[in-house]
Write a protein that binds this ligand. Sequence first.
Ligand SMILES: Cc1cc2nc3c(=O)[nH]c(=O)nc-3n(C[C@H](O)[C@H](O)[C@H](O)COP(=O)(O)O)c2cc1C
Length: 212
Amino acid sequence: MRIFFLLGCIAFSFSFVLTSCNCKTHDGQITEAIIAEETIPDAMSVIFSRKSVRQYTEEKISNDQLELLVKAGMAAPTARNLQPWTFLIITEEVLLKEMADMLPFGKMLSQAAAAIIVCGDLSKVDVSGPEYWVQDCSAATQNILLATEALGLGGVWIGAYPSMERANSLKTFYNLPEHIMPLSVISLGYPKGEHVPKDKWDANKVFWNKWE
Ligand SMILES: Cc1cc2nc3c(=O)[nH]c(=O)nc-3n(C[C@H](O)[C@H](O)[C@H](O)COP(=O)(O)O)c2cc1C
């Protein structure tokens, strides 16, 4: 009986030391420390290793992988569960090159293996929250980028809406219906060269319980 009590005390002290270390250390090392813990799901390492990748090899991405990426997009949170999104998957080289010419900051599309255009379906928009579709489609875009990282692929978010110039050129080019609004284009491929995630951790941007 005594031995169980003793073991319990040791386990409790050990977990307390670990927890207090994590709470009090407000620097970049906290990320590595958390990832190093076996009990933390692999999702954390995916989140912290995601980065924009703009150079790709010539390797193709399979349709299964592309569909999985879109599935990840559709798993995103969405206001009132309206799911006001549609996804246009582009795999044809000629279309990717046309988009590279069309989008001022989308030149990497000319090298990409594929792209996913995340669009808002404005026919599903609710009058009580007319702009929530932007947040829903942004969450979907981020989910796709995280899934991209998890599969060992590289991707980058290319902004369309709210630039009406970019959104309208995509709408015209793909002959999209009036209620379909492109929010982002995700350029995709197998990464070429080394890409290191930026460390954006900044303790000065975090407040606890009160603004000071
Ligand atoms: C709304 C939005 C629009 C973006 N548009 C572009 C773009 O048009 N072209 C581009 O190369 N990167 C674009 N990016 C990617 C950012 O440049 C990139 O996320 C940022 O530099 C941080 O780098 P990281 O993704 O590697 O962490 C965009 C990102 C967001 C969230």
